[in-house]
Design a protein around this ligand. Structure first.
Ligand code: CIR
Length: 253
């Protein structure tokens, strides 16, 4: 269960964030409204968001999930893989210092984006991607193992981050798209497959019994509901233009 979340308000420079989506520039005013609605959705699931101030130095800083990996025992501060994002983690350190006694850090030459880390119970899957390298992934695995969790590195080929394509919905269930539907390292889970045309819907969030998902993906919504979950749809169209989804917009704890 989650009771709190850390969010960061989109800055005006958000529209110049990194993107491979080819969906055009985001609309800043619309992004602000969508961000506020996302915070409200968290509140309605019983999670109190703390929203950090916008920072114009970091266009992508609204994607705060990438700056840390949280567990009950330790907060691990990431070292973002994109050079334009390095430094975003400082605001996260300041915010989490008030909450966590134990904080550990990914250090050079390691790089790690929190979006590459999927937690399923006591097991963490760490995606090795264009952003998270073997050194960063191995550092995180060692920290988690020292703190009593299990951790395994997972290779990925076609998506930006591991959680771009897979979400853990508790009850041993994964929502998965593309390469993760039949991934050899995810064989122990029951898979809810996401169709290619709705791939963006795979980045969903289980929050205290409900599944928060991107709006506009009817087939995936039906599949999640047929598996017994209540869904709540949030419009994240402006964040998708910068390759972001639902999970990227918060750190939950
Ligand atoms: C980036 O390329 O870093 C941002 N435009 C999107 C980050 C999305 N974060 C995530 O999937 N965890």
């Amino acid at each position: 269960m989650f009771s709190r979340a850390l969010l960061k308000k989109p800055c005006r420079n958000f529209v110049h964030g990194l993107s491979t989506a080819g969906l055009g520039l985001p609309d800043y005013e619309k992004a602000l409204l969508q961000h506020a609605a996302y915070a409200d959705a968290l509140r309605s699931c019983g999670v109190e968001p703390t929203i950090l101030a916008a920072d114009e130095h970091y266009p992508d800083s609204v994607f705060i999930e990438d700056t840390a990996v949280l567990s009950e025992k330790v907060a691990v501060i990431a070292r973002p893989g994109a050079s334009s994002r390095r430094g975003e983690e400082i605001a996260t350190i300041e915010a989490l210092a008030a909450v966590y006694d134990r904080m550990e850090y990914i250090v050079a030459p390691g790089t790690l984006d929190g979006g590459d880390v999927l937690r399923a119970g006591r097991q963490f899957f760490i995606g090795i991607s264009a952003r998270t390298n073997e050194a960063g992934g191995s550092q995180l695995a060692a920290i988690l193992t020292r703190n009593g969790y299990d951790a395994v590195l997972v290779s990925l080929r076609h998506v930006l981050h591991l959680k771009t394509g897979v979400a853990y919905l508790e009850n041993n269930r994964l929502l998965a798209s593309g390469e993760f539907i039949a991934h050899p390292q995810l064989g122990q889970f029951q898979i809810i497959p996401v169709a290619h045309e709705e791939a963006c819907a795979a980045n969903a969030l289980w929050i205290n019994g409900r599944v928060l998902m991107a709006s506009g993906f009817a087939a995936t919504k039906n599949a999640i509901e047929n598996a017994g979950y209540e869904t709540m749809a949030v419009d994240v169209s402006e964040f998708r233009r910068l390759d972001g989804g639902l999970s990227c917009l918060s750190l939950r704890f």
